[in-house]
Design a protein around this ligand. Structure first.
Ligand SMILES: Nc1nc2c(ncn2[C@@H]2O[C@H](COP(=O)(O)OP(=O)(O)OP(=O)(O)O)[C@@H](O)[C@H]2O)c(=O)[nH]1
Ligand SMILES: [Mg+2]
Length: 242
């Protein structure tokens, strides 16, 4: 998770067109304003793809379709709308070779969409949210290259990070302590390395090291990352790490 923005920025940099995949059942909730803003600022073309249309009554979505432009409705599961999507991509690229980044909320079907378009099982999918971990390129044909990416975490989780950082929510009560701690490590790496005297660079490895250093362990002497995260958050919120 900590390196998540790194992936998004890489996709934004390399792609000409960005597909924002939305869940047909929760179109507004799965939009990410922050990403949409970045796409605009960088002058990239956005294409909204509303996936999982097999789970809704599409007739009820036409109002929304008018406000989201350009957009395509598909079902990756049933391979519906994929030909229209390909056509739309080529229309936006004016028939030129194009790199298309696929971004979106976790579990909306980004990898499934890529498989439906490429006709290959190249992008691994799962019902488990947060499945895709890194950036992967998949060629559809000689014109279209797709980039799969990890799910973009929703804004409310960003608030959780903010609350954790500022201490607005106590370290003992933070919901996803590990997620918050990794974010703090990512942003304050040198301070944290110095404070705990750790030489590692990867946020997850740093957190693991903290677990071992302070005896935050689970059965079988495995690092208890959740406990280590709360330990770090406690020091952080107490203002010890400067
Ligand atoms: N009903 C239905 N389910 C779908 C559709 N597309 C994907 N799914 C299911 O949604 C789940 C997530 O699909 P993925 O393609 O792994 O989603 P993702 O956006 O790549 O997820 P992360 O990599 O975890 O962010 C899987 O259980 C898929 O089978 C669709 O069009 N219809
Ligand atoms: Mg995926």
């Amino acid at each position: 998770m900590a390196s998540f923005w790194k992936h998004v920025n890489k996709v934004l940099r390399e792609a000409d067109i960005i597909i924002e995949v939305l869940d047909a059942r929760l179109i507004e909730e799965t939009r990410n304003e922050e990403i949409e803003k970045k796409i605009k600022v960088q002058g990239k073309i956005i294409l909204y793809v509303i996936n999982k249309c097999d789970l809704v009554n599409v007739n009820q979505l036409y109002g929304i379709k008018k406000t989201l432009k350009p957009s395509v409705f598909i079902s990756s599961r049933d391979h519906l709308g994929t030909t229209i999507l390909k056509k739309k991509i080529l229309e936006l690229s004016r028939g030129e070779k194009v790199t298309v980044g696929v971004l979106g909320y976790p579990n909306v079907g980004k990898s499934s969409l890529i498989n439906a378009l490429s006709g290959k099982g190249s992008a691994r999918t799962s019902s488990e949210s947060g499945y895709t971990k890194g950036v992967q390129k998949i060629r559809v044909d000689n014109k279209i290259l797709l980039i799969d990416s990890p799910g973009v975490f929703p804004r409310k989780e960003k608030d959780a990070i903010k609350h954790g950082k500022t201490g607005a929510i106590d370290f003992a009560k933070i919901k996803d302590a590990e997620h918050v701690a990794l974010n703090i490590i990512e942003e304050n790496k040198e301070k944290i390395k110095k404070y705990y005297n750790i030489k590692l660079d990867d946020p997850e490895e740093i957190l693991e090291k903290i677990a071992f250093m302070f005896g935050k362990l689970r059965k079988g002497s495995k690092a208890d990352l959740e406990a280590a995260a709360r330990f770090l958050l406690k020091d952080w919120q107490a203002g010890k790490i400067k």
